[in-house]
Design a protein around this ligand. Sequence first.
Ligand code: FMN
Length: 159
Amino acid sequence: MNALVLYDSKFGNTERVAEAVALVLQEALPTRLASIADVEDLGQELFGTDLLVVGGPTQGHTISLPLREPLSELERSALLGLRAAAFDTRVHGPRVFTGSGAAALERLLRHHGAWVVVPPESFLVQGREGPLDEGELQHARTWAHDVLHAAGVFEAVPG
Ligand SMILES: Cc1cc2nc3c(=O)[nH]c(=O)nc-3n(C[C@H](O)[C@H](O)[C@H](O)COP(=O)(O)O)c2cc1C
């Protein structure tokens, strides 16, 4: 089983969350970390991926365009058989006011056939450019363990 952590990040906050998630997955699975800005062909990048974790900044109440566009353009069944999870970063406040990129991401993942194994998750930033709230990297590590567990990946017990 192979994992791909795919992210978009304008100011670097989502990138930090993605890195923290990838480090946890890497302990259990061969894991690649990719910025959507570096991905030329998403279909090709997904080849051989069993677990897809996608995260991006909430912008305009939804997921940032650099993630939304290529995911929307995938073939309808492109993610069939993949286990998947979505996260976003967003500012403080009730979700009804901030929106949530992860909720939009989750819909895109499901639309293309993925099996979304955990609810969408948000990691909070203190302002538009960040920084991440204290504790959010630990929150990301905990969430990554939840993703592994829900995806049916059993981690080796250290020692
Ligand atoms: C153009 C723009 C629109 C934004 N709109 C929202 C929004 O609707 N809701 C929200 O919670 N945050 C919004 N934000 C704040 C972003 O969520 C924040 O910049 C992001 O979490 C930082 O992640 P990054 O460093 O990975 O880019 C917006 C930011 C930008 C630049």
